[in-house]
Design a protein around this ligand. Structure first.
Ligand code: ADP
Ligand code: MG
Length: 415
């Protein structure tokens, strides 16, 4: 997806007010009714409708008119959607990826984290990475999480299973992924692991130091493959000794500099050594590294593994590190992380999603029902608290309305 940040320059305060109103409305609605957006934004003289059109033009919002066409068949809905540029009170809106990106970027710029967005430097399965520049010219990396991008698309193409929940889940899960990545990166850095410096996070966006180097997968030759291999396996072992498993530790998530210095990246899927599948994840991480070095650098491991972990005790008969030996001495980093603002519920939600996704990758016909259960709210900026009050006022008004409706229908029945 193209991130045209030039548009940011032309967006007014009102544009962001309305965009934030849609975000707030999405706490309780898949598609936020136009009327609610107007109530939250409180712009004078019908200003909200003009702004909505502008946001729509820049693809920051998606317009949905299905509410008023609820009973019609889907083809008619599609045709109607494409033809209509008229916004009625029955319509609704939701944020697009781009709209959510702009909200996060705007917040980062307001906080002085960076002043400019540069070229895209990475496209992961579930993220887009850009260079960003600080005021003093320092270049950092900005990761925009898009958790669910691949799987939701795949699932959606097979059936309309997530029709009413996909955007909401995307927002929620991507925000969780960013929160987790930031918390883990900070903790790992504190404990001396070679990871980027975690600078800031907001919504689905994480800003970190730019790693000077390339993903290992791009490297065809190394001066000291044995040393690099030992360093990497040593890292997996040390992580486990601290109570953690990376779970996606492979040549794509290991960066290597010209000096053959290693940096590990990409942490949203990490788990504690107390996870029920910890042994399997640990073995899989180790196996990935063995396989890659065997194939790419023709390493034979009997000799090179003699030095790893210092003794035979922690390794199996072919020299691979043994999880059970490490687990016994595991440290407390996993528990420390639990106190970082990334809660147990957050971890359970994101882990459920990752596991379901892995299963659905393996078996493309499998159900993805667990995402249906996910509930959560997006974080909001301090300056949007007045908008939040509007939303809550509206919601309690709506709740009262629906209670009254239930009560009156109950009394009608009694009558
Ligand atoms: P995903 O979770 O989508 O796999 P990653 O965190 O692995 O995302 O990043 C994808 C790619 O972006 C990496 O392979 C790397 O090329 C680049 N990248 C990510 N973080 C940084 C960084 N801090 N500095 C430089 N490049 C980075
Ligand atoms: Mg990655």
């Amino acid at each position: 997806m193209k991130l045209d940040v030039d548009v940011l320059r032309y967006l007014s305060k009102d544009d962001f007010r309305v965009l934030t109103s849609v975000e707030l409305g999405m706490r309780n609605h898949e598609i936020v009714p136009t009327e609610l957006i107007d109530r939250i934004a409180r712009l004078k003289h019908g200003g909200t409708y003009k702004v909505l059109k502008n946001l729509l033009k820049h693809k920051l919002l998606h317009h949905d008119s299905s509410k008023c066409l609820f009973l019609l068949i889907s083809i008619i809905i599609c045709l109607k959607k494409e033809q209509s540029d008229h916004i009625s009170l029955d319509d609704g809106f939701r944020l697009t990826y781009l709209g959510y990106d702009f909200l996060a970027i705007k917040t980062m710029v307001n906080k002085g984290v960076f002043v400019a967005v540069g070229r895209q430097i990475g496209v992961g399965k579930e993220s887009d990475i850009f260079e960003v520049a600080r005021e003093d010219g320092t270049v950092l990396a900005m990761k925009l999480h898009r958790l669910g991008r691949v799987s939701f698309r795949a699932v959606k193409s097979k059936r309309d299973y997530l029709r009413h929940r996909s955007s909401y889940n995307w927002l929620y899960l991507s925000r969780l992924a960013a929160l987790k990545e930031f918390a883990f990166m900070k903790a790992l850095e504190t404990h001396g692991f070679p990871v980027p410096n975690a600078v800031e996070h907001n919504r689905h966006c994480v800003v970190m130091s730019l790693v000077q180097g390339y993903p290992l997968v791009q490297v065809k030759q190394l001066q000291n493959p044995e040393t690099v291999f030992e360093t990497i396996i040593g890292l997996v072992v040390r992580l486990a000794e601290h109570g953690l498993i990376h779970c996606d530790f492979n040549e794509f998530n290991i960066m290597i500099g010209d000096d053959e210095k290693i940096t590990m990246i990409d942490f949203p899927q990490m788990v504690s050594v107390s996870h029920r599948n910890a042994q399997m994840y640990f073995d899989r991480d180790v196996e990935c590294i063995f396989k890659f070095f065997r194939k790419r650098f023709n390493l034979s491991f009997e000799e090179s593994l003699d030095d790893i972990a210092g003794s035979d005790e922690g390794t199996d008969e072919v020299g691979k590190p043994c999880f059970s030996a490490i687990e016994r001495s595991a440290g407390f980093l996993d528990r420390e992380l639990a106190a970082s603002g990334f809660t147990r519920k957050d971890e359970e939600d994101i882990q459920r999603f990752i596991e379901v996704e892995a299963e659905s990758d393996a078996n493309s016909d499998s159900e993805v029902d667990v995402v249906e259960d996910l509930n959560g709210a997006d974080s909001i900026d301090c300056d949007s608290s007045d908008l939040l009050e509007q939303n809550e006022g509206y919601e309690s008004h709506r709740r009262e309305e629906s209670c009254e409706a239930r009560e009156s229908s109950g009394s009608e029945k009694e009558d």
